[in-house]
Design a binder for this molecule. Structure first.
Ligand SMILES: Cc1ncc(COP(=O)(O)O)c(C=O)c1O
Ligand SMILES: N[C@@H](CCCC[NH3+])C(=O)O
Length: 415
């Protein structure tokens, strides 16, 4: 994150001081580096140069229209999991022919809309879903392009809540059953088999689970070929981890190089990825203000204005996220091991625990690596309006989402 740096003790994002941004837009505030997002996407894309490929950014990680529009302009495809996400990517100017649709519970109306706009592919997660897509496509007189999402029963070696490729997870079709479901698909009049797909989990910091999953997928591609079913694309999903603390995950170039080694004999097959976190996580920060300091017995609390409603990852997964001060303290400032907690009435409402900080009331703190699964998982719990979002580039900044007003909290409610 070299766009984030101290200048004479004050924290800057590119040329913008965090204190100035906080003064202008208030806190809590999400701040993103546009250059970093572009760089991450471009590196992933460049790693696949020379192969037919498509990077489909998983918009669940951060679905702000400004980010989607920036990526659409670079030529990105998109991985969506709901009609809401589909409408977002269309609104951002994306080409529907570059959209893949994942998710275990696609409704009839979602399938109708996706067929109407002409998406690239449905990533089908069950035989029942396949039959529903066939019915809807037949009624609309359309051919539905599909791939089956395979559950390869591979341990992603990540937090159990974000592991998706094990037999007991709800995702995908078991690799032992996949061949017969593909056979079934060949009998359906309004289904076109395009590809095969897997996504085994998120925040993966090793290559081996990706490679194990690839082995299972390629074995299936071979078996399908012998059944006369030709796979036109392989979608390896998302999942590439990032550094929050001291993890050293593979880069996108490492991942692609390792997978391409296995793909020499599959030159005609288009390669897709669905990265989310690795594109945006380290592009984002959450700026928060210390409302109060409380020392009690052995407990030291820095009570800040951002909580689990704004950033749920620490509460939900006990995720560790770096917290740094906006102003570097003097060497002799008293410091304590603070629990950095939010305003929400839940004991799980913390952003970090036991953080050695020298902070005072009204100081600003910055939670790093908050660009993925930050705002997109934010809620209005305890009736807090959701924060504003700001995009910073080399020389300037712009508001990309207004802070919610109180009126917006009860919009749609009926007395
Ligand atoms: C189907 C699918 N694709 C892609 C992603 C993006 O994953 P990540 O943000 O870990 O790259 C997810 C989320 O885990 C997902 O469920
Ligand atoms: N929301 C999760 C990742 C889940 C990805 C979606 N399958 C996180 O914050 O780490």
């Amino acid at each position: 994150m070299n766009f984030l740096h101290y200048q004479q003790d004050k924290l800057f994002v590119h040329q913008q001081s965090i204190a100035d941004l906080a003064k202008r837009y208030g806190t809590p505030l999400y701040v993103y580096s546009e250059n970093y997002i572009k760089k991450q996407w471009t590196e992933f894309n460049d790693a696949l140069k020379g192969r037919k490929h498509l990077i489909c950014y998983a918009i669940k990680a951060n679905s702000n229209l400004a980010i989607l529009s920036t990526l659409a302009q670079l030529g990105s495809g998109f991985d969506i999991v709901s009609q809401g996400e589909l409408e977002r990517v269309l609104k951002a100017g994306a080409d529907p022919k570059k959209v893949v649709f994942s998710g275990v519970a696609k409704s009839v109306s979602e399938i109708e809309r996706a067929l109407e706009v002409g998406i690239k592919c449905f990533n089908v997660e069950s035989e029942a879903e396949l039959l529903r897509i066939q019915d809807v496509a037949k009624r609309l007189n359309k051919i539905a392009p599909i791939s089956l999402r395979i559950n390869p029963d591979v341990d992603a070696k990540t937090h159990p809540y974000i592991s998706t490729g094990l037999r007991e997870n709800k995702f995908g079709i078991s690799y032992q059953l996949a061949r017969q479901v593909y056979q079934r698909a060949t009998t359906l009049s309004h289904i076109a088999i395009m590809g095969i797909d897997c996504h085994i989990g998120s925040q993966l910091t090793e290559l081996s689970p990706f490679l194990d999953a690839a082995d299972r997928i390629l074995a299936l591609v071979d078996e399908l070929k012998s059944d006369g079913i030709i796979i036109k694309h392989i979608d390896f999903g998302g999942g590439l981890g990032v550094c929050y603390d001291d993890e050293v995950p593979p880069t996108s170039a490492d991942l692609v190089a390792a997978l391409l080694k296995k793909l020499d004999n599959y030159q005609d097959i288009e390669i897709l990825f669905e990265p989310g976190r690795s594109i945006v996580a380290n592009a984002g920060l959450l700026v928060t203000k210390v409302e109060y300091i409380k020392h009690q017995d052995d407990n030291h609390f820095a009570i800040v204005d951002a909580g689990m409603n704004d950033l749920i990852r620490p509460a939900l997964y006990e995720a560790w996220m770096r917290i740094i001060p906006e102003t570097q303290p003097s060497a002799d400032a008293p410091n304590y091991a603070y629990n950095v907690v939010g305003p929400i009435c839940e004991s799980s409402d913390f952003l970090g625990k036991g953080r050695q900080l020298a902070v005072q009331q009204d100081d600003l703190l910055v939670v790093c690596s908050a660009g993925a699964y930050g705002f997109s998982m934010a809620s209005n719990y305890n009736s807090h309006p959701r924060p504003a979002e700001v995009m910073v580039d080399d020389t300037d900044h712009r508001l990309i989402r207004q802070r919610e007003s109180f009126d917006m909290l009860w919009q749609g409610e009926i007395v």
